[in-house]
Design a protein around this ligand. Sequence first.
Ligand SMILES: C[S@@+](CC[C@H](N)C(=O)[O-])C[C@H]1O[C@@H](n2cnc3c(N)ncnc32)[C@H](O)[C@@H]1O
Length: 304
Amino acid sequence: MNIDLLKLKTALSDDIAVQFVLKLRLINYRFLPKNNFKIVSKHFKNNLKTLKQGLISPLKFNNALTNIIQENGRLYKEPWFYGFEYEYRNQKLVDIELQDISKYIIGKKILDFGCGSGEISNVLSQQNKKVTLIDITDHRTDPNKKLNFIKSYDSSIIPLDDKSIDTSLVFSVLHHNNSTIIKKLILELKRITKKRIIIKEDIYNIDMIQNKEKLKNDVFLQEFCTLSLKSQLNVIILSDFISNLIIQNNTQIDFPFNFFDDISWRKLFSEFDLQLKLVYLDGMRRDESDYYGSCHIYYIIDVL
Ligand SMILES: C[S@@+](CC[C@H](N)C(=O)[O-])C[C@H]1O[C@@H](n2cnc3c(N)ncnc32)[C@H](O)[C@@H]1O
């Protein structure tokens, strides 16, 4: 696991971002039994405090990191916490994602690049799609082990033939890679995809986006937009760290925190002659009562 410590330290030093992320990350646990909510709340706050206290020296910071990874492992093994997270990530989240984007998926041959647990592919395969899952690490949960999985050994290469896929899904993957690899991956996606690429990312600086329907009913997104751009970036950095490391205890993933703002993503796509068909800002509100831990956007791209 490689972490861009400078970016993480900068984010941890931004009190506005830390407070915003804590509020956003804790809201969905409010329906847990009171005692369990208290445990999660204390855990998140203590983890961030311990890391912040470690900022004074590299050795202290590394020790703090090692300790919190062990502690998070313990919380993740608690059946009530694991059950809560499993239900959200493998059931609710996938339903919401597919509600949002299934109308943009074209064709039968689907690539789930950086598939993680593989849950979205599981649902798509039940809808008769021919899914291919690729990841550098096999994080698949049991029921998804039957799906067609290819382990990737080079993070900048997609081991598939030219134009062998109709729609490629790339959900929350690119920011875990450095900029050179991101560019190579976009070229690879263009090479192997016949029709469409759908990229989901955490986003900041959303001024350019024309359709901001989501802003109306999304109080967190409204507040997020009032933060400075630096704090917005720090929010998504901290949120990514909390989600992958503190909540899911995923130590097999890199954290270069390579988040771009909306303008930079658009520039990158046009650099590679990719036609942006639609930008769907999903924001922070995921349903009536709950929120994502970050600000989400989907770039729906046509490959010509
Ligand atoms: C945050 S998880 C997202 C998983 C899944 N796409 C989802 O939305 O739930 C990121 C996944 O991308 C994978 N990944 C990151 N960079 C990759 C690369 N260059 N090639 C293949 N997989 C990659 C990681 O191993 C991890 O499983």
